[in-house]
Design a protein around this ligand. Structure first.
Ligand code: FES
Length: 123
């Protein structure tokens, strides 16, 4: 039912936690199930230097959170904003139809954290 990549990211999630002194924080809830994902970022000169997540949700939500942190770490904000829910699901080798809604959290939380960073640094 789940791809090997989904199982790998669920059982061994990357970049878990919260960054102290993060300069961008985003949090989104999934309207379908009430699960929550929180992302903290350190951005320096337009590059995502560090990123961590905390997800209170199902296995697919944890796997997509983990995957999205790997996809955007070291990327520019512009590149990170191009990552979508479906590119995250694709990178994981797909998700079962009934769990596709779980991937909604990942990219949205990253975008929310970037928005928070941009608002804070606006002059
Ligand atoms: Fe809520 Fe998967 S069931 S994110």
């Amino acid at each position: 039912m789940y791809s090997d990549k989904v199982i790998d990211h669920f059982t061994n999630p990357r970049n878990v936690g919260e960054i102290e002194g993060a300069n961008g924080v985003g949090q989104v809830g999934n309207a379908k199930c009430g699960d929550i994902m929180r992302i903290s970022l350190v951005v320096e000169e337009d590059i995502i230097k560090d990123i961590k997540f905390k997800t209170f949700g199902c296995g697919a939500a944890v796997a997509t959170s983990s995957m999205v942190t790997e996809m955007v770490k070291g990327k520019t904000l512009e590149e990170a904003l191009k990552v979508t829910n479906s590119t995250v699901a694709e990178a994981l080798g797909g998700l079962p139809e009934t769990k596709l809604h779980c991937s909604n959290l990942a990219a949205d939380a990253v975008h929310d954290a970037i928005k928070n960073y941009l608002e804070k640094t606006k002059v």
